[in-house]
Design a protein around this ligand. Structure first.
Ligand SMILES: NC(=O)N[C@@H](CC(=O)O)C(=O)O
Ligand SMILES: [Zn+2]
Ligand SMILES: [Zn+2]
Length: 346
């Protein structure tokens, strides 16, 4: 028996597109399904200024195949040297929709991120004044903090003090992975939202580590124990508009994932929506899917919900996804959820 759902076209509120051949390879995978995406600025070198964001946006639009519609929502990479006036101008022109905070050393290409938070006070105050959201990779980087505790410690030591010191600052906690993250959002007001990825909704650290180490499940923040996954799942299917989809689809060449020192990131763009439909259906929450993928994000960012639609269809036979896509000289391995998915985007 087939079943169909027609939903407002979704957006992806956290996406890595990279550049060059990788950009050309992965962009259609997102643009096929999603109308817009918040584009992460962690290129090498990072996208720091409004001029760099404008040039990157042009490269994305040039790489978009004819006949596809997609709007990149650009972000700036916050550094200790970021100029508040440049940020304000990039926002006023409509180019930039958020500023991204990476604690220095927290994740892929974050070396230019922030170490001394007092140095970004003026930028944060300007952002609060003009209503420009701050997207946060929420992990401390101290050597002595266990990697599984880094998100919870970040909330207490960095995020809460920043928010208290900057009234009115709108913040998106990116790719939350813990019950601590969920609870922090729930305890605050609508100035605070959170994105949730596909992998953190469906996997815990056992899936990554038991019976062998699975590099394609390695991402940052790292998968946590199942109690945390359950809290994320409950938040995603709750209908609370402060939680929305940010896939964090983060392509790396297959050889960099299947390596002695594996790169962090899961490439979920091709199958994120079918996996989510399966997950929400299993939870008896298909009625909450459209909010999570298509409505809550635009509401947080003050943008209209997309007027076009997508159709998700459930079939009797499992959907097959390509195992890899070609990206110039490399391949990128597509995320495998580890369970059958009967939904597809038609
Ligand atoms: N999530 C990841 O594991 N990797 C991201 C960086 C990030 O979002 O932290 C990447 O750029 O590869
Ligand atoms: Zn991140
Ligand atoms: Zn990311």
């Amino acid at each position: 028996m087939t079943q169909s759902l027609i939903l407002a076209r979704p957006d992806d509120w956290h996406l890595h597109l990279r550049d060059g051949a990788m950009l050309a390879a992965v962009l259609p995978e997102t643009a096929r399904h999603f109308a817009r995406a918040i584009i992460m600025p962690n290129l090498v070198p990072p996208v720091v200024t409004g001029a760099q964001a404008a040039a990157y946006r042009d490269r994305i639009l040039t790489a978009l195949p004819d006949g596809m519609s997609f709007e990149p929502l650009m972000t700036l990479y916050l550094t200790e040297d970021t100029d508040p006036a440049d940020v304000a101008a990039a926002h006023a022109s409509g180019l930039v929709k958020a500023v991204k905070l990476y604690p220095a050393g927290a994740t892929t290409n974050s070396a230019s991120g922030v170490s001394d938070f007092t140095k970004v006070r003026a930028v944060l105050e300007k952002m609060a004044e003009i209503g420009l959201p701050l997207c946060v990779h929420g992990e401390v980087t101290d050597r002595d903090i266990d990697i599984f505790d880094r998100e919870a410690v970040f909330i207490d030591r960095v995020l809460d003090p920043i928010r208290k010191a900057t009234p009115g600052l709108r913040v998106v906690m990116e790719h939350i992975t813990t019950k601590n993250g969920v609870d922090y959002v729930l305890a605050n007001d609508t100035d605070l939202g959170a994105t949730i990825t596909v992998q953190h909704l469906i996997l815990d650290r056992n899936d990554m580590l038991v019976g062998g180490m699975r590099p394609h499940y390695y991402c940052l923040p790292i998968l946590k124990r199942s109690d945390h996954r359950k809290a994320l799942h409950a938040a995603a299917i709750s209908g609370d508009a402060r939680f929305f989809l940010g896939t964090d689809s983060a392509p790396h060449p297959t050889h960099a994932k299947e390596a002695e020192c594996c790169s962090a990131g899961c490439f979920t763009a091709p199958n994120a929506l079918p996996i989510l439909a399966q997950t929400f259906e299993t939870a008896g929450a298909l009625d909450k899917l459209e909010g999570f993928i298509s409505r809550h994000g635009p509401a947080f960012y003050g943008l209209p919900v997309n007027s076009d639609t997508i159709t998700l269809t459930k079939s009797d036979a499992p959907t097959t996804f390509p195992a890899k896509i070609d990206a110039g000289d490399h391949t990128v391995t597509v995320f495998d959820p580890g369970f059958p998915v009967y939904w597809s985007v038609t």
